[in-house]
Design a protein around this ligand. Sequence first.
Ligand code: SF4
Ligand code: SF4
Length: 308
Amino acid sequence: MTNFIKQKAKEIGFDACGIAKASYLEQDADFMKSWLAAGKHGEMAYLERNFEKRTNPSALVPGTKSVLVVLLNYFPSEKQPSDSLHIARYAHAEIDYHTVLKTMLSELENALIRAYGTDVVNSQFQHTFVDSAPVLERRWAQRAGLGWIGKHTQLIAPGIGSYCFIGSLMLGVELDYDEPIADRCGTCSRCLQACPTNALDGTSIDARLCISYQTIEKKGSVDASIQPNLLGFVLGCDICADVCPWNKKWAIPHRTEALRPALNLYELQKRDWQELSAEKYKAMFQKSAVKRAGFSKLKQNIAFALQK
Ligand code: SF4
Ligand code: SF4
């Protein structure tokens, strides 16, 4: 079954697939407890909820024996003009990556059920996850041998880099498990030095200082102390990923048609961002991950980024 899953995942278009034995994530639970206690999650109170489910897949989906993790490269083939404003690469696609990955994961799940029967998953519970449920996806990807978690706190997958989405599927069967790989950050600290807001300390991120959190998740305005440090980013931030030598070595354009860019994104100049109307925003980003921030917040972010 393990070979079947990996072959199917490849046919469906995932760039990597690994499998880890389901278990309680004791070390990660301790780490997360102290991270939350330090308040580094800012206003993201949802991270405090469902702690048991977040750290134990059997509490999330009863009967889970294996965690299947897939990666999908999203590195775009084109760039926004360097003198324009920027949105993080993960949000360049016209269609929200949650939709794209969930469709692909469902295809994989259906193929598995057709081949091995309904007992492979617990269909009474949600069992496919893409960045929107209490699953520590990067940790599972690491456990499933797909990469290591870099000092910028993102997964770095050999041959892909860190510009990849992570999806997971909780399975009720024992499989052949992959071995975690060694951390290859070594003595490098480029991401720490490049972060304009000092959000990284080498082992964790202080979301409150991160441009990504400030421009998307945080309610209200970007903090006054962060506004001068946006460096042109109006939604998300790629600075720590861009400087990573592993991304320079491995990041290549994705091949996923469903991740085609939002219309005219690569033509927008500063002036176009400044004049972005609600109609244009809707036409460009209605189905995209950009809409998470909302039009008003994006317009505010644009105004702050242009002040510099
Ligand atoms: S995404 Fe940007 S602000 Fe956040 S840690 Fe990386 S460089 Fe710093
Ligand atoms: S920039 Fe260096 S330290 Fe940071 S994630 Fe990449 S390899 Fe690791």
